[in-house]
Ligand binder design. Structure first.
Ligand SMILES: [Zn+2]
Ligand SMILES: [Zn+2]
Length: 249
């Protein structure tokens, strides 16, 4: 199946007209040279960011390489790598994937990640990569998990096992928009769980969590708490887009 998928990918890249997922001009690759260059210059990963939560640092935080929020209220995860800001050039492409269900955009977004960030992360020492899961109910409404669709095409070291089946999510009707970090942390508590068949294999391991958008970090913090409670030693977040620092955090 993977083989056929690859053949289709090669044929569609070579033979079918394609468009840049950023500027939407027709050309052969999923991103044009101009947009790739522009992203390469402006992406969040070019800036000094908090090593723990990935937010761009203020001048007073540069010395510690850690933001005030992580200093005062340390999260459970150890590191965060973000490709770009939510308000940047990739927001529309992500919306096309999530809300217009244009799955080809997942491949395009992963392609951009691979060209701009993967080389810096290729030696990362981790045993597993899990996407932030959707609940079964959400998954059946949307039809796919956007974080997994991107993550499955992202380059990482050969020793990293990617799977969307280990980390799972209960369904809750509360919307996750807005609110203080403390409120969000409370709302997300115990939403995630692990498939018991895999818990033993996580002991002492480093795990990468892939998320499409990071806002307050409450979701990723809760996942990291769960993983560490079950023996995981390090949790590293890989995030496509990071929202700007909220004034209430
Ligand atoms: Zn373009
Ligand atoms: Zn931070």
């Amino acid at each position: 199946m993977r083989f056929l998928e690859k053949i289709f990918q090669v044929i569609s890249t070579q033979a079918l007209p394609s468009a840049c997922i950023v500027c939407e001009r027709h050309q052969q690759d999923t991103i044009c040279g101009d947009c790739l260059k522009s992203l390469g210059n402006k992406c969040l990963f070019n800036y000094e960011c908090c090593f723990q939560c990935g937010i761009a640092l203020t001048a007073s935080e540069l010395y510690t390489k850690k933001c005030e929020s992580c200093t005062n209220n340390p999260p459970y995860f150890d590191k965060t790598y973000c490709l770009d800001r939510y308000e940047g050039l990739l927001q529309n492409a992500l919306h096309q994937l999530k809300y217009q269900k244009r799955l080809a955009y997942a491949h395009g977004l992963a392609n951009i990640w691979n060209q701009l960030l993967a080389i810096q992360l290729k030696d990362i020492d981790a045993g597993h990569l899990f996407p932030v899961p959707l609940s079964i109910e959400k998954l059946s409404t949307r039809g796919f998990n956007q974080s997994w669709e991107i993550a499955r095409n992202v380059d990482c070291g050969g020793g990293v096992r990617k799977t969307p089946f280990v980390l799972k999510r209960h369904h809750r009707n509360t919307q996750q928009v807005g609110g203080k970090l403390s409120t969000r942390r409370l709302a997300i508590q115990n939403v995630f769980y692990l498939d018991s068949r895999f818990i033993e294999s996580l002991d002492g391991q480093s795990v990468i969590i892939f998320d499409d958008v990071m806002t307050t970090g409450a979701t990723l913090n809760e996942i990291a708490r769960l993983l560490k409670d079950n023996g995981v030693s390090h949790v590293i977040n890989w995030v496509l887009l990071r929202t700007a620092r909220a004034p209430y955090v």
